[in-house]
Design a protein around this ligand. Structure first.
Ligand code: PPS
Length: 379
C-alpha cells in the first residue's frame, strides 16, 4: 500500500497509514514526493529528516520508504489518478487517497478549485483500469480519554476530541509555542523548529522608499545601529548609493534601469532573509509594481516591512543636501524623481514616517516598535 505525501508526517498520519495497511493486510510504502511543490510547503530536505524519524515508529519488517523525484502539479483529481498510475508501476496494489488529494486550495474568489471528494470519485472510476485499489484516507482525531487516535467517524460518544489544523500548527511554529506530544513526535517537531524558527529568529527585510534627500539613508543607518546593538542576527545595509556603486554601476535612471536596480536589491535582500539575516534597503524605488514584485520574492522567506519616508518633495528640494534638485530644475539632470520623473506613493506600507517634525532617532525607533509589534524582534 502506497502513501503519497508532500507534508511532514505527524502521529495521525502514522496511525492512519499503519491501520490502513493492517486492515488490507498489506505492507506499507511511504512514498513522499521530493520535487518542486506548492509555495509555502516544508522543503523536502527537512521532510526527509522528519520521515526518517517517523519510520522508526512502524514495524520494521512491513514498512519501507522510498523517495519519488516528482514535482507536485496541484492538479487535484487528475493528479490523484496519475499518482495512482505511478504507484501501480511501482508494484503497489493499494493507494491511499485523501480529502482534496493534490488540491491547490482556493482560487482568487476564495472558492475551492475542486470538491473535497472529487479526487476519490475520479480515482474510483479508473482504479480497475489502472490496477490499483483506492484506500480511503480517514480523518484521524485524538481522543483524550482513550489517549489514542480514532477515525472521526468512530469516536466514542461524548469523548473529548483533540486536533490541530495545518494553519494552527504553522502559527505555533511561527510563534515558538508548544506542540503537544499527542500531536507529533518530538524528533519531527524539533526538525520543523530548526527550519521554521519563530519569527523573532527568522530573517526579514526592511525596505525604505521615498524621494532623494527624504532621509532614507539616515534613518536606515540609525536603524542598523539599533539592530546591531540588540545583536542576534547579521544586519546588511543595502543603501541606494552603495548598491549603485557596487551592484548597478552601469545603470542609469530610466524606468527599465531603475526596475533592474530594485530587482537586484530585492534578490540580494531575499537571499539575506532566506539565510536568517536582516536586510535594510534604502533606494528611492519609485514604482509600486516593482516594490510589489520584490515584496513577493522576499515574503517566501520572511517578512517584508515597507517603510515610506514621506518627506514631501518641497521639503526635500528645500533641504537639497546634494544640490541635485537645483541641477534637476535647471534641466542638467534628466528624469529626476519628483521633478521630472514619477513616484508612486505607497498605498499600504507597514509604516509611514514623517521626518519633517521628527528627529532621526525617533523615526528609527518607530521602525523598531513596528518590528516588535510584528514579532520580528523580541520585546
Ligand atoms: S532608484 O530609482 O531606486 O533606482 O534610485 P536609487 O538607486 O535609490 O538612486 C537614487 C540616488 O541617485 C541619485 N540620482 C538620482 N535620483 C533620482 N533621479 C535621478 N535622475 C537621479 N540621478 C542621480 C540621487 O542622489 C539618489 O540618492 P538618494 O540617496 O536617494 O538621495
Amino acid at each position: 500500500m502506497a502513501f503519497q505525501t508532500r507534508n511532514p508526517l505527524h502521529r495521525a498520519h502514522q496511525e492512519l497509514t499503519f491501520r490502513a495497511a493492517r486492515e488490507a493486510q498489506a505492507n506499507l510504502l511511504i512514498h513522499p514526493v521530493v520535487g518542486m511543490t506548492k509555495p509555502g510547503d516544508v522543503d523536502h530536505f527537512t521532510r526527509v529528516r522528519c520521515y526518517e524519524a517517523v519510520l522508526d515508529k512502524y514495524p520494521q519488517a512491513t514498512t519501507t520508504m522510498s523517495l519519488l523525484n516528482l514535482a507536485m502539479r496541484m492538479a487535484g483529481p487528475r493528479e490523484a489518478v496519475w499518482h495512482g498510475l505511478i504507484r501501480a508501476n511501482h508494484g503497489c496494489t493499494h493507494f491511499i487517497v485523501g480529502r482534496d488529494h493534490a488540491g491547490p486550495g482556493k482560487n482568487s474568489q476564495g472558492k475551492d478549485f475542486y470538491g473535497p471528494y472529487d479526487a476519490q470519485e475520479l480515482f474510483k472510476q479508473y482504479q480497475g483500469e489502472i490496477g490499483i485499489e483506492m484506500v480511503d484516507f480517514k480523518h484521524m482525531v485524538y481522543v483524550q480519554e482513550k489517549a489514542q487516535y480514532f477515525p472521526i467517524s468512530e469516536v466514542p460518544e461524548g469523548a473529548t476530541i483533540l486536533d490541530i489544523s495545518g494553519t494552527e500548527l504553522r502559527r505555533r511554529l511561527a510563534e515558538g509555542l508548544e506542540i503537544p506530544d499527542w500531536f507529533s513526535f518530538p524528533e519531527v517537531v524539533s526538525e520543523l523548529r530548526r527550519t521554521r524558527p519563530p519569527r523573532s529568529q527568522q530573517g526579514f527585510t526592511v525596505f525604505f522608499t521615498g524621494f532623494s534627500g527624504s532621509g532614507k539613508s539616515t534613518i536606515a543607518n540609525a536603524l542598523m545601529v539599533k539592530l546591531m546593538e540588540m545583536g542576534g542576527r547579521p544586519v546588511t545595509l543595502l543603501d541606494g548609493d552603495i548598491v549603485r556603486k557596487n551592484l548597478s554601476s552601469e545603470l542609469g535612471f530610466s524606468k527599465e534601469h531603475r526596475d533592474l536596480n530594485i530587482r537586484r536589491i530585492g534578490y540580494v535582500a531575499s537571499e539575506i532573509t532566506k539565510n536568517g539575516g536582516i536586510a535594510i534597503c534604502a533606494p528611492i524605488a519609485p514604482y509600486a509594481t516593482t516594490r510589489r514584485a520584490v515584496r513577493e520574492e522576499i515574503e517566501q522567506f520572511g517578512a517584508f516591512v515597507e517603510v515610506h519616508v514621506s518627506t514631501s518633495i518641497e521639503e526635500c528640494e528645500r533641504r537639497d543636501r546634494k544640490g541635485l534638485y537645483k541641477l534637476a530644475r535647471e534641466g542638467k539632470i534628466k528624469e529626476f524623481t519628483g521633478i521630472s520623473d514619477p513616484y508612486d506613493v505607497p498605498e499600504n506600507p507597514e509604516l509611514r514616517v514623517d521626518t519633517e517634525n521628527v528627529d532621526v532617532d525617533n523615526c528609527a525607533h518607530q521602525v523598531i516598535l513596528k518590528l516588535e509589534q510584528m514579532g520580528l524582534i523580541a520585546g
